[in-house]
Write a protein that binds this ligand. Sequence first.
Ligand SMILES: C[S@@+](CC[C@H](N)C(=O)[O-])C[C@H]1O[C@@H](n2cnc3c(N)ncnc32)[C@H](O)[C@@H]1O
Length: 224
Amino acid sequence: MRLLFTLILLSAFNLSAQEAPPPLTEYEGRVIAQTMHWKGAEWLMRRVREQEEGPSLMREQLQVKPGMVVCDMGCGSGYHTLPLAGMVGEKGKVYAVDAQPEMIEMLKQNIESKGLKNIVPITSLFHDPKLPPNTCDMILMVDVYHEFSHPVQMLAGMRAALKPGGQLVLVEYRAEDESVPIKPEHKMSKAQINKEMKANGFKLVREFDGLPWQHLMFFGKAEP
Ligand SMILES: C[S@@+](CC[C@H](N)C(=O)[O-])C[C@H]1O[C@@H](n2cnc3c(N)ncnc32)[C@H](O)[C@@H]1O
């Protein structure tokens, strides 16, 4: 009887330990944007994206080298994952992570059609990136961070997944620039990005201001 009671208690504890903390609607004075629905994935693959956002220029600025382990966090259907796989080469690896299983399914089809072997797709949780600890040289988030309903838990998980010297990279539409044709809650200012990263143990190490619509900011782990 006592054993049964203990087992019930343990399973109840396990369940509650896995439960997601409540999602936030605001963080550090910013309204959190709604997650982009997987049904809109075609927009991510639009032909004019190159012209509008300069994604090739963005990827050049990452300074990714063959053999690196890179994570494309919030990868969607793989717009950046596929070229990143070419950049890290056979000896490198790309963790492609998304919390919507439908996005990961589309990604898998894209990987298969290109015959790529160095991408590891991961269906994550909205509060847990599900990345192995101490594995990534770089974690890239393109148009993703502002959607996190659990920014603190996600940043802690990604911090743990970065190797020493690893970088967290944010690409966010510029809130300071009214000419960028994106809804306000899907944009972020540099000041807001810096504030949120600092609050979660990151420091700015590099930035690039030459993209047409977006900030490109590189963060390293701050000393505790
Ligand atoms: C606007 S899309 C950008 C997709 C891709 N990065 C690109 O540039 O094409 C945002 C993606 O982030 C994902 N996402 C949002 N919150 C997430 C979370 N907590 N963990 C993992 N993925 C998340 C969404 O499911 C969606 O696929």
